[in-house]
Design a binder for this molecule. Structure first.
Ligand code: ATP
Length: 364
């Protein structure tokens, strides 16, 4: 088990900066997801931790030891890529045993560990099979097992589930989490899939355009996104946004939502932050799960679309360019064209500066 520190880490490719001054601590035994859209610098960060790329600036420390100049093979990292790297001419058993053999582990111990890993990953019936005949799903499971079996102090996985099918991905999310709990490795997991990050990670580092946006537990980044990028990227559907203006009143600072009406006064602390930062245009953000419908009151909005997704129903409301989505009980019955009274649970409201996208409590 190892702690990883990235200190002021920068990666440039020629004139292009792929990673900008990243500071991150991955704690001992922690499952950290690097989450963000394609091209945001996740793999670049991962490759530097592994030792496949050198930083242009900054330092990578494992348990306080500077990894600069330490070759990949000497870093004690296991790495699983999107495209499984399996020796197809070998059997499943030999693939699992390979890393242990090259480390000179005694054959009885190899046998014990291969048997245990095959059992854990449900590969036991396939142990004698040539790997060339396996499906993509099983090959990726084998690739994970092959890296995990040598019990590296740090386990790095770069989009390991993006080529497997959806049903298998759901199974593997659970298995990977169990694997990490069993071995207590420090794990860094690259993904663009917020669901993978939310379900598996202890903490998520959300990235965009080479910049680390926010680090927090799944619920922290979900409930209190630091900016509108994180608010949209986490959650499906993403956070609702209503545009408004701040308006002083004798009751304090209000959000004026234009034709949608005036909201209640802001909490004193939030109002103070907004005034201090000179914010005038705001975005009112709230999660679709925190919307309910009332018989009257709330924000009157017509229903534009109803999506039945099985367990829940997503209802879209629209007025002009403003769209609100609610994730409601499956039996909730508004129909398109009807006027609904949208109520947002007050503690679900988040306020962002429309100009910068930054959450107002964070812009002091
Ligand atoms: P993806 O999931 O698509 O790989 P990512 O978040 O992992 O996305 P990176 O692969 O880290 O993104 O790439 C970040 C940026 O750096 C991209 O714009 C990419 O084109 C660029 N980049 C990566 N490697 C190189 C390279 N060797 N030379 C030049 N540019 C590179």
């Amino acid at each position: 088990m190892t702690t990883i520190h990235l200190n002021n880490l920068v990666k440039r490719f020629g004139a292009f900066t792929a990673l900008k001054e990243m500071d991150l601590e991955v704690r001992d035994g922690e499952f950290m997801a690097l989450l963000g859209p394609s091209g945001c610098g996740k793999s670049t960060t991962m490759n530097m931790i592994a030792g496949m790329e050198s930083p242009s600036q900054g330092r990578i420390l494992f348990d306080g030891k500077d990894m600069n100049g330490v070759a990949m093979g000497r870093r004690g990292v296991g790495f699983v890529f999107q495209n499984y790297a399996i020796f197809t001419h070998m059997s499943v058993y030999d693939n699992l045993a390979y890393g242990l053999k090259v480390r000179g582990v005694a054959s009885a111990e190899i046998n014990r560990r291969v048997t245990a890993m095959a059992d854990f990953l449900q590969l036991t019936p396939l142990l004698k099979q040539p790997s060339a005949k396996l499906s993509v799903n099983i090959l990726q499971r084998l690739a994970i097992g092959r890296s995990a079996i040598v019990e590296p102090a740090i386990f790095l996985l770069d989009e390991p589930l993006s080529n497997v099918d959806a049903a298998f991905r759901a199974v593997m999310r659970t298995e990977l989490k169990h694997l990490q709990r069993q071995f207590r490795q420090t794990m860094v997991y690259v993904t663009h899939d917020q669901l993978e990050a939310m379900t598996m990670a202890d903490r998520i580092a959300v990235m965009d355009h080479g910049v680390l946006q926010q680090v927090g537990t799944p619920l922290e980044v979900y409930n209190d996104p630091i900016n509108l990028f994180v608010a949209d990227f986490i959650g499906a559907p993403g956070m609702n946004r209503l545009r408004g203006k701040l308006a002083e009143s004798d009751r304090g600072l209000l959000v004026d939502l234009g034709p949608l009406g005036l909201s209640a006064p802001l909490e004193a602390e939030v109002a103070e932050d907004a005034r201090r930062a000179g914010v005038s245009e705001v975005v009112y953000g709230f999660r679709p799960e925190r919307v309910t419908l009332a018989d009257h009151g709330g924000i009157p909005m017509p229903v534009t679309f109803v999506e039945r997704i099985g367990a829940r129903t997503i209802v879209h409301f629209g007025l002009g360019e403003q769209v609100v989505k609610a994730v409601l009980d499956n039996n909730a019955g508004p129909v398109a064209g009807e006027l609904a009274h949208v109520v947002v649970e007050p503690d679900a409201l988040r306020l962002f500066d429309a100009a910068s996208g930054v959450a107002i409590r964070k812009i002091r």
